[in-house]
Ligand binder design. Structure first.
Ligand code: MG
Length: 389
């Protein structure tokens, strides 16, 4: 993609960016820590996330491909970890071009998928289904908040990572809004307001990253054919035609790559322009005005948003829920529900530190927390052991 960070671009009014200094209202931590002599608060948060165990486990979690086709063994498909790094690159580019706080955007991108259970969306649905039987639900944003405020144990003085208020708010609110009445426990996160743009743009950076990456991995794995993508994704076809005419002698793989790269660049550029246009239309010059705007200010233009939605619909029909993926989804459901039931029936199978959570969290939530933290391979092993497979 075009390196926007190296090009001068019109920044938003400076009052819109979240202040990153130690005295800023949003760099407050639940537990006071003195400022570091040379590291800014949000950079410290990004480092804490990067060094967390839950972050490393993203390497072993499915992003899209629950199972790769047996005849295309390969180790370069995206995991949640490499997806996270791609989102971080896009988010940093956007934040820099808009004059927003790049350190906050980086921290939020690094943490944005940390609450996802194994087996991608199939695993999340299965875990949610298990919890609904107990009147509870699984929400990966809220689970991410539990990870960074409680489950990560790295510091002698406190549990969790003791992240700044802006990062905790962004974890909860980057992709959706929560009602204050339904979530009194989230009261400190300004539920009646939109999050800062650094958080809002994470959701779009995520969409752009996986849309383009999944076309790439889908084609590379052979699950999608080039003809199918050209037919079903006009956004791709236009850029692919341009690449074919500019590089008529290039290998097919390279013209595909050119098209995906151009699509990514076009989506990011459109998002930048739309954010600038929405801020200008509102006349916003402060973070408070972003928070109280009539709608989120980070969005694609209507035309590009329609193209993105079409491409996503194509991926759902032909990749995520394609006939070849049904077995993988069914397997994920069997494993998650089987292990959940086994652990509910015999909580002594839980590790001691998780058993200690039962009195305060209840058994069902404790079991879900344990399962949500697992990698794909770990849950397979434990399921085989606990469920006698
Ligand atoms: Mg993501």
């Amino acid at each position: 993609m075009m390196d926007l960070e190296s090009k001068p671009a019109a920044a938003l009014p400076s009052g819109i960016a979240v202040r990153g200094d130690a005295d800023g209202p949003l760099t407050r931590r639940a537990r006071f820590e003195p400022p570091h002599p040379y590291r800014a608060p949000f950079a410290r948060d990004a480092a804490r996330i990067l060094h967390a165990r839950a972050f490393r486990r993203l390497a072993g979690k499915t992003q899209v491909f629950a199972r790769l086709p047996a005849d295309s063994p390969s180790d370069h498909f995206r995991s949640r970890l490499t997806h996270t790094l791609e989102v971080t690159q896009i988010a940093r580019t956007l934040a820099a071009a808009l004059g927003l706080n790049t350190q906050l955007a980086e921290a939020l991108a690094l943490v944005h998928d940390i609450g996802h259970p194994p087996f991608g969306h199939a695993g999340e649905q299965a875990l949610d289904h298990c919890l609904r039987g107990f009147g509870l639900a699984f929400d990966h944003n809220l689970h991410a908040l539990r990870i960074v405020t409680w489950f990560e144990e790295r510091y002698a003085a406190f549990r969790g990572l003791n992240l700044t208020l802006a990062v905790r708010e962004g974890i909860v609110k980057h992709s959706r809004d929560y009602s204050a009445s339904a979530h009194p426990e989230l009261a400190e996160y300004f539920l009646d307001q939109f999050p800062p743009l650094e958080a809002q743009l994470i959701d779009l950076a995520d969409e752009i990253a996986y849309l383009t990456a999944d076309l790439d991995d889908g084609l590379d794995s052979g699950i999608l054919t080039l003809a199918q993508v050209r037919e079903g994704v006009p956004l791709f076809r236009g850029f692919h035609d341009a690449a074919l005419s500019e590089y008529p002698a290039a290998a097919p793989r390279l013209t595909v790559n050119e098209a995906i790269k151009s699509a990514l660049n076009a989506l990011v550029t459109d998002l930048l322009q739309e954010i600038r246009a929405r801020v200008a239309a509102l006349g916003a010059t402060t973070l408070a005005e972003v928070r109280h705007a009539p709608h989120r200010l980070a969005a694609l233009s209507p035309q590009v948003e329609a193209a993105r939605a079409d491409a996503k619909e194509f991926l759902y029909a032909n990749l995520y829920y394609s006939p070849g993926m049904e077995d993988a989804h069914a397997h994920a459901t069997t494993v998650v529900q089987g292990l959940f039931a086994a652990l509910i029936a015999d909580p002594s199978l839980l590790p001691e530190d998780h058993q200690a959570q039962i009195p305060s969290q209840g058994l069902a939530r404790t079991v879900a927390d344990y399962i949500a933290g697992m990698t794909d391979s770990y849950i397979e092993q434990l399921w085989a052991r606990c469920c006698g497979r």
